[in-house]
Each structure stands twice: as structure tokens, then as C-alpha cells.
Design a binder for this molecule. Structure first.
Ligand SMILES: C[S@@+](CC[C@H](N)C(=O)[O-])C[C@H]1O[C@@H](n2cnc3c(N)ncnc32)[C@H](O)[C@@H]1O
Length: 251
């Protein structure tokens, strides 16, 4: 399958759900706050130039704007309607750019800080993307991000496997096998965020409302019968793990 077609589908899904995103994005909001706190704690000097990748509707962007009132912000996303929502939230102080964050070749500037909250899990080539973003850092600059790790949605996977069904959740890296690009100093920390859902329907509806329902490459959605059995097995409420990896690269 063409990676460009997959990327187009991801961009279209996020764009067409931009209006519903904020209401459904409890976990994304929480992780954006945690990432912003980490960025603030690690900032030796206020960054003059800040780039954000996959800004969405602006959860992290709003914190970056508050934390660094004199910084020049460039906010980017691959989904036009997400970017438009971000602009509606933050107004004209930042600059905005439609950008595939793993192919930032069109950007000629260098940055003291690059931030990204829960966008890198959508990259097709994470190692190459991080390498290219690392090359946009000024000497001493930081790339600080949150992305999803291996244990994400483990309860959803287990419910599939208990019924002998294949699960479409993409494979995410762990701290141990994270694809760091060579030659750049890095560090990582992790957190398990447990989010309760009323039932399987509620979980699926939430992913759809976020625009985050593109499955792993090559996955074929379950036929209606097995899907109904899966949802029936999750009636009565269940909790889903979001395994969050907080990473940092320093130039
Ligand atoms: C789960 S949302 C997170 C949005 C925002 N950072 C937040 O914290 O709410 C993922 C975002 O990443 C964007 N995205 C996905 N793939 C991307 C890519 N290759 N380059 C840039 N943005 C991307 C999506 O359009 C979406 O806005």
C-alpha cells in the first residue's frame, strides 16, 4: 500500500473531525499539559524560535504561547482543518504552515525548540522524521515530544485476541527499541495513562471523533459479526491504557 495514500487518509480523517476533536480529546489534553510542564522545566533560556509539529487544534500550542511570550512560533499540521482550528484558538501571533512533519524540507529556518504532542505515532518513518527534525535545531536546541508506546490499547488488543481476532491497532515502539536517529543526544521517560470508557462502542466512537481511526497498514476491518462479538465482550465498561513516551533530542 502506498504510504502517501495512507498519509492522505490520516490527514483527511483528522481534518474532517477537527470540529469534534476538543470534546473527545481528554487524554490528548492531559498529555499536552504534562509535555508543556516538562518543556518549561527543561528550558534553560526562553527559546527565540519555536516550531510545533502536528499542532492539531492547539492544546500544546496554547501552552507554548503562554510559556514563551516573546518566542516566534511556527505551528504546523498535515490536516488543514486542524490548523484552521488552531489559528482560531491562537490568533495572529504565531505563523501557521500546512506541513508533513516527517518531511520538513521546505523549512529553511533553525529552531531553539521543536515540540510535538501525540503526532509522531502517525509518522511512517519515525527514525528518518526525527533525524530530519533534529537537523532543524540550532546548536543547544531541543526537540521535545510525546508519542505512543507499545502498551497503548493493550486491553483492546487483549479483547481481540481472547476471541481469536486480529487487532488493527498500529505497532508502537517501547523505550527499549525506540528508533532514535544516530548522532543526537536523547532521553526518554514513560507514563501509563488509564482512561475509562463506558464500553467498546464508547472507545471506538472516541477514536472516530478524534479522527484517529486509521488502522495499521494492511489491516482489514472486522466483519460485522465478529465486531459485534468483540463489543459484546466489553459491555459494562473497561479501561484503556495509553502508554505515553516523553522523548527529547538535544542538538
Ligand atoms: C492526536 S492529534 C494531536 C493534536 C495536538 N498535538 C494535540 O495535542 O491535541 C494528532 C495530530 O497530528 C497530525 N498529524 C498526523 N500525521 C502528521 C504528520 N505526518 N505531520 C504533521 N502532522 C501530523 C494530525 O493531523 C493531528 O492534528
Amino acid at each position: 500500500m502506498s504510504t502517501d495514500r495512507r498519509k492522505d487518509r490520516i490527514a483527511r480523517a483528522f481534518s474532517s473531525h477537527a470540529g469534534a476533536y476538543d470534546v473527545a480529546a481528554d487524554v490528548q489534553w492531559l498529555v499536552a499539559q504534562r509535555l508543556a510542564d516538562r518543556i518549561a522545566a527543561g528550558a534553560l533560556h526562553p527559546p527565540a524560535r519555536v516550531l510545533e509539529i502536528g499542532c492539531g487544534t492547539g492544546f500544546l500550542s496554547a501552552r507554548l504561547a503562554e510559556l514563551f511570550p516573546d518566542g516566534a512560533l511556527l505551528l504546523t499540521d498535515v490536516a488543514p482543518s486542524m490548523l484552521a482550528r488552531c489559528q482560531a484558538r491562537l490568533g495572529d501571533r504565531p505563523r501557521y504552515m500546512l506541513l508533513d512533519g516527517e518531511r520538513p524540507e521546505g523549512i529553511a529556518e533553525r529552531f531553539d525548540l521543536i515540540g510535538s504532542n501525540l503526532a509522531f505515532q502517525w509518522f511512517v518513518d519515525l527514525k528518518g522524521g526525527l533525524q530530519r527534525l533534529g537537523a532543524l535545531l540550532e546548536p543547544g536546541g531541543r526537540l521535545a515530544f510525546a508519542t505512543l508506546g507499545k502498551k497503548t490499547f493493550s486491553e483492546w488488543r487483549a479483547a481481540h485476541h481472547a476471541l481469536g481476532l486480529e487487532c488493527g491497532t498500529p505497532q508502537y515502539p517501547s523505550m527499549d527499541d525506540f528508533p532514535w536517529p544516530p548522532g543526537l543526544a536523547h532521553a526518554m521517560d514513560e507514563e501509563l495513562v488509564r482512561q475509562p470508557y463506558a464500553d467498546g462502542h464508547d472507545f471506538v466512537r472516541t477514536l472516530k471523533a478524534l479522527g484517529a481511526s486509521e488502522p495499521a497498514p494492511g489491516y482489514r476491518p472486522l466483519p460485522p459479526g465478529p465486531f459485534r462479538r468483540l463489543l459484546a465482550s466489553l459491555e459494562g465498561g473497561f479501561t484503556v491504557t495509553y502508554h505515553v513516551l516523553y522523548g527529547e533530542i538535544r542538538a
